[in-house]
Design a protein. Sequence first.
Length: 298
Amino acid sequence: MDKVVIIGVGLIGGSFARALKKAGAVRHVVGIERSAAFAQRALALGIVDAVATDFAAVADADLVLLAAPVAQTGRILAALAPHLAPGTIVTDAGSTKADVVAAGRAALGDKVAQFVPGHPIAGRETNGPDAAIDDLYVGKKFVVTPLAENAAPDIDKVAAAWRACGAVIHRLTPEEHDKVFAAVSHLPHLLAYALVDDIANKPHADLLFQYAASGFRDFTRIAGSSPEMWRDISLANQAALLAELDAYMAQLAQLRTRLAAGDGASLEAVYGNAQRARRQWIEAIEEAEAPPPTDTAE
C-alpha cells in the first residue's frame, strides 16, 4: 500500500502501523489523533511518518483504520465521509460490531460499501503509543465482519493488511461477533474491574493488596485496560453482556448454595469441569499457534 491513515495511534493503531512497516507492506503512514501529545509521540517513535489534524488526509489513502473508542465511530466516519475517495477502504478495530455497523450506515450513506468492519483479537493492559509493538498481532485472530454491500476485493484488501501483520483471519457476522465476545471478552473485563474495585473500596484495602499474589494479578490483569474504552464496549454491547452477566450470576448463586451447604463433592465437580475445559482450550491454542515443522531433509 502506498498510504495508510490510522485514526488513533495508541496500542492498537500504533501496533498496526509498526507491523505493516516491519512487513514492508506500506510506504507512508499518517496518524490522526485527538491527543496532540500522543500524535507527536507516535511521530517521534517512528510509528507514523506524518501527523494530520484534518480528515482530508484520508483523500488519497489506500486504507484507513479507525482505532478509537467505539463510541466515537459515528462521529469519525461522518467527519471523513466527505473526503473519502472511491478507491479508499475504511476498516476499524472496535471490540463491538453491531453498533459500529449501524454507525457506519448512518454516517457513510451510499459510501458504506467502502467500510469493512473488523476486530483484532489482541491487546495489552497498557495504552498509548509507547505500548505499541510490531508483533502484537502475530498468531492472533483478526475477525472480519463484512457488510452485504462490501465487494470481495475490498474484504480481501483488509484481510491482506492484517495478514501482513501476522494475524490469522476469521469471519463472523456482526451479530455473531457480539454474542461471542460478550461471553469471552466483555464479561471477563467487567468481572476483573468489579473485583479490583471491590477490594480497593474495602477499609483494609492496603493490607489486602499487600498480600495479593500471582493468582490475583493474573485474574485481574485486564483491569489495567482503558476504562474509557471498556465503558464504551460495555454500553455498546449492553444486551448481550447483560445476558452473559445474568447467566454468570446464576452460576455464582449455585456455587454459593453448594458452599453454604458444605457440599464439597459438587464444588469439586464444577472446579474439575472448569479445569478440563481450560486445559483443552490451552492445548487447542498451543496447537493452532505452533510453528510449522522445519524440513530437515537434505
